[in-house]
Design a protein around this ligand. Structure first.
Ligand SMILES: Nc1ncnc2c1ncn2[C@@H]1O[C@H](COP(=O)(O)OP(=O)(O)OP(=O)(O)O)[C@@H](O)[C@H]1O
Length: 362
């Protein structure tokens, strides 16, 4: 059963008249991997810093195991933070860096040595023990920072853009390592990132923020399948967003008039109920198929021309020019494309089932 570890209750942070974080309420369970994600300036780092005790909220409360942390200084909290820059002590060796938190807590030399050995071994940096941080690569510094934070055996690890200084290849590798570490240790990870691919690849739950406010909280799958609002649908990408006006409603069958023509929808969840009402339909890119001939009914069919093909590994994003300047996006695979080739300029039919879409709440 889930056990609540952190509760953020109406937490706000103001700098003079600027609101960095506004009324954030959030519960984080023991052992969860939670990612705080959003564009630059959305307040995610400030939220993490308030959990770590580096910034004091202007309003609200932060509780850990039911007890308010607000008056605890950072060093009295069991909330180590791994920084984007790793913030290693430049004049200390790797070993001394890893031992640092233990020394601060008064651990005897023999215990410090044993724990540092253990963590350097686990992070694969044993042979670097006597080097200084300046003699390390970005990936090695990252491992030292993680070993230093974890050597004190905290119940939570806070990570501020932990992968952003790494090259793309290393990023993917460290992403998998963080997930493995989290699973092995069973402690809570709270990670700030602006990258939705990072957040969605690693976290159990993602908190999407914008302009200091939480926009949506959910599992990666839930958020991909149903964005809570237009900001989220646009920010995570992978969605076609079709604004329109309701033409007819019969039970769950709704027809809307959009820039690409009349579109039928039989959505799960809330539907716009009155004819004439403005609404926004979201259809994920993996729900749209492309053919050259008439697809099986019932389907929404939009005539379009292939504008661009974007290859992302074995996945291919096809951008389609439709009516009235609308661009539809459809996701396919390299394998399917090899079976039915497409070229820029080809006239095609984009189609999807009326059940494959949902309306954003107004
Ligand atoms: N010490 C400060 N004084 C004044 N404004 C601040 C301070 N720290 C942060 N802010 C402002 O608060 C807002 C939120 O900042 P924050 O660093 O939390 O955003 P972020 O989402 O982490 O962005 P980034 O990804 O760019 O780090 C920003 O508009 C920022 O300029």
């Amino acid at each position: 059963m889930a056990v609540t570890m952190f509760e953020l209750q109406d937490v706000a942070k103001r700098y003079d008249s600027h609101i960095a974080v506004a009324d954030v309420s959030l519960t984080i369970d023991k052992g969860e991997f939670v990612a705080l994600m959003g564009p630059s300036g959305c307040g995610k780092t400030t939220t993490l810093r308030m959990i770590a005790g580096l910034d004091r909220p202007s309003a609200g409360d932060i509780r850990m195991w039911g007890r308010s942390l607000i008056d605890d200084p950072p060093w009295a909290r069991d909330t180590p933070l791994v920084w984007q820059s790793y913030a290693l002590f430049p004049f200390l060796s790797v070993r001394r860096n890893v031992e640092f938190g233990l020394k601060q807590r008064g651990a005897p030399a023999a215990v410090r040595r044993a724990k540092a050995d253990d963590w350097m071994g686990r992070m694969g940096i044993t042979e670097l023990a006597d080097r200084s941080p300046a003699q390390l690569s970005g990936g090695q510094r990252q491992r030292v920072a993680l070993a230093r934070a974890l050597a004190t055996e905290p119940e939570v690890l806070l990570l501020d853009e932990p992968l952003s200084a790494l090259d793309p290849h290393l990023k993917v590798k460290m992403q998998a390592e963080l997930v493995r570490l989290h699973r092995e240790l069973g402690i809570t990870f709270i990670c700030v990132t602006h990258s939705h691919s990072e957040a969605f690849a690693m976290a159990d739950r993602v908190v999407i923020m914008n302009e200091g406010r939480v926009q949506q909280v959910g599992t990666p799958r839930d958020i991909y399948r149903r964005a809570g609002n237009q900001f989220v649908a646009e920010f995570i990408g992978g969605n076609n967003i079709l604004p329109g006006a309701v033409r007819s409603v019969e039970g769950v069958h709704v027809v809307i008039e959009t820039g690409v023509g009349l579109i039928a929808a039989e959505p799960q969840g809330s539907i716009p109920v009155s004819v004439g009402q403005s609404t926004t339909l979201v259809v994920a890119v993996d729900r749209i198929a492309i053919t050259r001939s008439q697809p099986p009914e019932p389907a929404n069919i939009v005539a379009a021309r292939v504008a661009t093909l974007e290859f992302i590994g074995s996945t291919v994003m096809v951008f389609l020019d439709a009516a009235n300047g609308f661009v539809l996006q459809a996701q396919t695979s390299l394998r399917d494309l090899e079976a039915a080739p497409l070229a820029v300029g080809d006239a095609v039919l984009a189609h999807w089932s009326p059940r494959d879409g949902y309306f954003l709440d107004p």
